[in-house]
Design a protein around this ligand. Structure first.
Ligand SMILES: Nc1ncnc2c1ncn2[C@@H]1O[C@H](COP(=O)(O)OP(=O)(O)OP(=O)(O)O)[C@@H](O)[C@H]1O
Ligand SMILES: [Mg+2]
Length: 311
């Protein structure tokens, strides 16, 4: 936080040229006395003219004959950039997931079509096998359409809050993670489906993003700790005015020395493989956007994350 006392416009121009980098973003607060309102507007217009990378907040200090004071602070845009990069990485992961899920059905489609041609060439294509091949192609095609719909509904997000069923969101997330989970032989037991449907209010995609971050972390620990029977259990507790989604893994838990730090921004134990943004981003989503709480406990088997949401 730095400050500058405004005395005339030329000095202000010099000051900006010498001190503020026009490529950075700044938060500026202008404190102006009662009798200098006209100059305040001039300053604001002037700043707006040279760059749009300022956010300006003006405050009337109510006293007369005082100086106009500019207080400015460089905004931490790096934080937003990392969040953006993380989102892009999530999209990248998802595209990798789509292509993985498409490989198998596509090969069934091409081999069914090839087999049909071969049978025809050999004059052995009877009605029954024709129908079998065609039905195979149709059902695999439907599967392709369905996976693309799942991903599209995840990606196509705006910031409007929607009412949705918690269990559906969990199912959708597990569908997105399906290939990563099966590739790594991770068994997920989703007990939430046994519970009564729970309505929640979320910004589309955000709750799944939290779940994806938590499950992806469990996957990483399963791999680095070389766990044999990898299992994640998802449970749901419903109380009067809140519900709690619990995600427990059997990967050995979180070292007690670092358990208090894992939700901090940039905290990672993965050296070059991690950015440490996953859980801090999840924490922000749950506490700020969903008005809930996110915490973790070690159990006998591993780590157990709790997502508490108001109902
Ligand atoms: N299920 C878990 N079991 C053990 N440790 C965990 C678990 N989940 C998270 N951690 C620890 O918390 C740290 C922070 O997790 P976070 O998701 O914020 O970052 P990251 O996974 O290291 O990096 P990124 O998510 O950006 O790739 C991890 O590095 C890991 O040490
Ligand atoms: Mg992570």
């Amino acid at each position: 936080m730095k400050s500058y006392i405004y005395n005339n416009k030329d000095n202000l121009i010099d000051f900006i040229n010498n001190n503020l980098n026009k490529n950075n973003h700044y938060e500026i607060i202008i404190l102006f006395p009662e009798n200098k309102i006209n100059i305040k507007d001039e300053i604001v217009n002037f700043l707006n003219d040279i760059t749009n990378k300022f956010s300006i907040n003006t405050q009337n200090i109510g006293i007369e004959n005082q100086d106009i004071i500019l207080i400015y602070k460089e905004q931490n845009i790096l934080k937003y950039d990392i969040k953006h990069l993380k989102k892009m990485a999530l999209l990248g992961d998802m595209i990798a997931n789509i292509s993985h899920q498409w490989r198998q059905p596509l090969s069934v489609i091409t081999s069914s079509a090839s087999a049909m041609i071969l049978h025809k060439d050999l004059n052995i294509l009877d009605d029954k096998s024709f129908e079998k091949f065609a039905n195979n192609i149709i059902s695999q095609g439907q599967f392709l359409a369905q996976t693309i719909d799942t991903f599209r509904s995840y990606i196509k997000k705006d910031n409007t809050v929607i009412k949705t069923i918690l269990q559906e969101e969990i199912k959708l997330t597990l569908k997105i993670l399906e290939s990563v989970l099966s590739q790594n032989y991770i068994k997920v037991t989703n007990n939430t489906l046994k519970k009564e449907n729970t309505n929640i209010h979320i910004i589309k995609g955000e709750f799944s993003q939290v779940l994806i971050n938590i499950i992806t972390n469990a996957k990483d620990v399963f791999i680095s700790n070389n766990i044999k029977n990898k299992e994640i259990i998802i449970d749901l507790k419903q109380e009067n005015n809140k519900c709690v989604v619990c995600i427990e893994d059997n990967a050995g838990g979180i070292n007690e020395d670092i358990i208090d730090k894992i939700f901090q921004e940039d905290f990672t134990t993965k050296d070059n493989d991690g950015t440490g943004i996953g859980l801090s981003m999840s924490y922000d989503i749950v506490t700020e956007h969903l008005n809930g709480n996110l915490y973790v406990k070690n159990t006998k088997k591993g780590a157990k994350f709790f997502i508490e949401l108001p109902l």
